[in-house]
Design a protein around this ligand. Structure first.
Ligand code: C6P
Length: 403
């Protein structure tokens, strides 16, 4: 059952709102704030059982290994993965996508093969494929998008030449939630694999990789209340088992001679060197925190704030809201007519309001919209309607000051 969130109570868990009681933080799509439950978990690791994992036989080493592997299991459950071994800890969503581009792409793609992405991708899901296409002779194709911020004619972009569809679950500019399940079914029927960039969906809605039917699924910890420096790649176990390693080093090997090496089991094959132990444990605590609140409740709260934001900004003359996708998350990109987004964001900052201004690492979208940059307000479970009222009032002032 959907329950109303109480953001005022939730905010008490976030030390930053004690340090800055008047902060209106509307940039969670860039990075989310961190609750004390997460910082405590990180601190507890350093203060109580700081040791390397999978290498030691002493007690605190075992404790660290158990906590690290427990975090993996929590993340597997959080995304509905069939097996904890299908969850690889990376540095970020960016590294997770690059892992697939290297370890799967370079081995499985050749001249004439198509990698299909969309015009609404973050650079993290464009550049790795440009590099892979260049190295393998594959062709990089784009599903076009409309001015509304929706995919256009995607069904006809998939053919027997398509070997991989790499697509964002939720756009970081428009908030568009893409039809992954339908797309995965069509891609699989054509013999292609599907990678989902879930950096913007996992923090804000309940996801289940098995229901979505994707083969790879990448996201970052720092956008879902976790620490920076940890991301996740989920992959179907049979695919991960067949792939060569991404990075070489300690723990990812079974045997090493001076001539050659053999590989450890998954997921360790893809976690070379000392992993981000504290960060992974912190991410596990973030998953616990979100589970306690309930992802359905997080989603419902953000949908309410989204409608409130669209109404508030829609009421203001001289504000252009970019995109109008039918199914979307709590991200609103806009421009104040005649005012550079950086100036607008600077002005908002003077009023204690944090929004992002820029191209949002999605330059092809900016080209499509015919703008150099936009402002973007993105909400999370700790935002209130009063935050949106303050954004509205400050934008009204921006216009009177600059015009
Ligand atoms: N988008 C934003 O302000 P990393 O940097 O690896 O944690 O996440 C990359 C990434 C990948 N895909 C999508 C859809 C994203 O939105 C992001 C990160 C931030 O929009 C920072 S550029």
């Amino acid at each position: 059952m959907i329950q109303h969130l109480h953001p005022e109570t939730i905010r008490k868990d976030f030390a930053i709102f004690n340090a800055h009681p008047d902060l209106v933080y509307l940039d969670s799509a860039a990075t989310s704030q961190t609750p004390i439950q997460v910082t405590d978990a990180v601190l507890n690791y350093y203060e109580s059982f700081n040791a390397n994992v999978h290498r030691t036989i002493y007690s605190i080493g075992n404790e660290a290994t158990q906590a690290y592997e427990a975090a993996r299991k929590k993340i597997a459950d959080f995304i509905g993965a069939e097996d904890a071994a299908s969850v690889i800890f990376t540095k970020s969503a960016t590294e997770a996508i690059n892992l697939v581009a290297h370890a799967w792409g370079r081995k499985n793609l050749s001249a004439g093969d198509e990698i299909l992405i969309t015009e609404m991708e973050h650079h993290s899901n464009i550049v790795p494929w440009q590099l892979t296409a260049k190295e393998t002779g594959g062709d990089l194709k784009y599903i076009p998008i409309s001015q509304e911020g929706e995919l256009e004619d995607w069904e006809n972009c998939i053919s027997e030449k398509t070997k991989l569809v790499a697509i964002t679950h939720q756009s970081n500019v428009f908030g568009t939630i893409n039809p992954i399940k339908e797309l995965a079914a069509k891609a699989h029927a054509a013999g292609a694999l599907v990678l989902v960039d879930a950096a913007q969906s996992v923090p804000h809605s309940k996801v289940n990789v098995q229901e979505l039917g994707c083969d790879f699924f990448a996201f970052s910890g720092h956008k879902m209340l976790g620490p920076t420096g940890v991301g996740v790649l989920y992959g179907k176990t049979d695919l991960l088992e067949k792939m060569d390693p991404f990075l070489g080093g300690g723990e990812m090997i079974k045997t090493v001679t001076m001539e050659t090496s053999t590989w450890n089991e998954i997921p360790h094959k893809f976690e070379a060197g000392t992993p981000n132990i504290a960060q992974a444990i912190g991410l596990g605590a973030a998953a616990d925190y979100l589970n306690d609140i309930g992802m359905e409740n997080v989603y419902a709260h953000e949908q309410e704030l989204l409608q409130y934001t669209l109404n508030a900004l829609g009421d203001l003359p001289g504000i252009t809201i970019h995109g109008n996708p039918k199914k979307r998350g709590g991200v609103v990109s806009f421009n104040v007519d005649g005012i550079h987004p950086h100036d607008a964001a600077q002005f908002l900052d003077d009023d204690g309001i944090a929004v992002r201004a820029g191209h949002h690492c999605a330059q092809p979208i900016m080209q499509k919209l015919g703008v150099a940059a936009t402002c973007r307000a993105s909400a999370y479970l700790y935002n209130t309607k009063s935050d949106i009222d303050k954004l509205h009032d400050s934008l009204e002032k921006v216009k009177s000051v600059f015009n």
